[in-house]
Design a protein around this ligand. Structure first.
Ligand SMILES: C[S@@+](CC[C@H](N)C(=O)[O-])C[C@H]1O[C@@H](n2cnc3c(N)ncnc32)[C@H](O)[C@@H]1O
Length: 223
């Protein structure tokens, strides 16, 4: 599991160009992946939403726009990314640790988490914190990279482990950060094991959808 202070400094270093790198290295697909999460959540009309590990605010801002009558809160432990979310118009931001959420039990009717879970130093603690702050029956939308199945695995392994870090090193001099991102995807549990982890934390997975040949999975669970 990744060390929290290294993860925090990695995202602080990437912050000034975080959105640009996302677009370039996801080959422009990340916007579409987040849209699926936001649309599926907006269709459920929650009144209060917490976007955990909100980064620069892509998901939280889209939720704020799609759900004008709801209160959307973005939480992250990386100050510079959170400042970007605020500057882009996210009304409620909280700097804090996803493994020790600074909210009372049952504070939210929905929680989203996009591309954050694989960076947590303790996944089960992160998931049980999300369950704690959700109201009974509340919805959890989780968007995360997943180890892709064959034959897509051949293409994505080549891209993530060879092409992306080399291009990143040339363009950004931060090849190591991208090597970490690639490794964190390979080490992430497959759908079967993730469903077990979600169940242990108190979620019933009632929906999941894979994208990009299985490289990304959207899970919807209910507490
Ligand atoms: C890959 S970024 C995803 C950001 C955003 N959700 C998005 O879709 O662009 C991962 C985020 O997780 C945050 N993060 C990782 N571990 C965290 C923790 N324990 N508490 C709060 N934020 C955390 C990082 O600071 C970073 O902003």
């Amino acid at each position: 599991m990744p060390d929290p202070s290294s993860v925090q400094s990695l995202f602080t270093d990437l912050a000034p160009s975080y959105d640009r790198y996302n677009r370039i290295f996801s080959l422009g697909l990340d916007t579409l992946w987040r849209k699926r999460l936001v649309q599926a959540m907006a269709d459920r009309h929650p009144s209060t939403v917490l976007d955990v590990a909100c980064g620069s605010g892509d998901v939280a801002l889209a939720l704020q726009k799609a759900l004008p009558a709801s209160k959307v809160t973005g939480l992250d432990f990386c100050g510079p990314l959170l400042a970007q979310a605020q500057a882009r118009g996210l009304k409620t931001t909280v700097q804090g640790d996803a493994l020790d959420l600074p909210f009372p039990d049952q504070s939210f009717s929905a929680v989203t988490l996009a591309f954050g879970l694989r960076n947590f130093s303790d996944r089960s603690k992160g998931l049980s914190e999300i369950a704690r702050v959700l109201q009974p029956g509340g919805v959890f939308g989780l968007l995360e990279f997943s180890p892709p199945p064959m034959p897509w695995k051949i293409f994505w392994d080549l891209y993530l482990h060879r092409i992306m870090p080399s291009v990143a090193q040339l363009l950004t001099r931060q090849g190591d950060s991208f090597r970490y991102l690639a490794q964190s995807i390979s080490k992430f549990p497959n759908q079967k094991n993730l469903t077990c982890e979600l169940a242990i934390a108190g979620f019933q997975t009632n929906y999941f959808q894979t994208m990009a040949g299985g490289l990304v999975t959207l899970n919807f669970g209910r507490k």
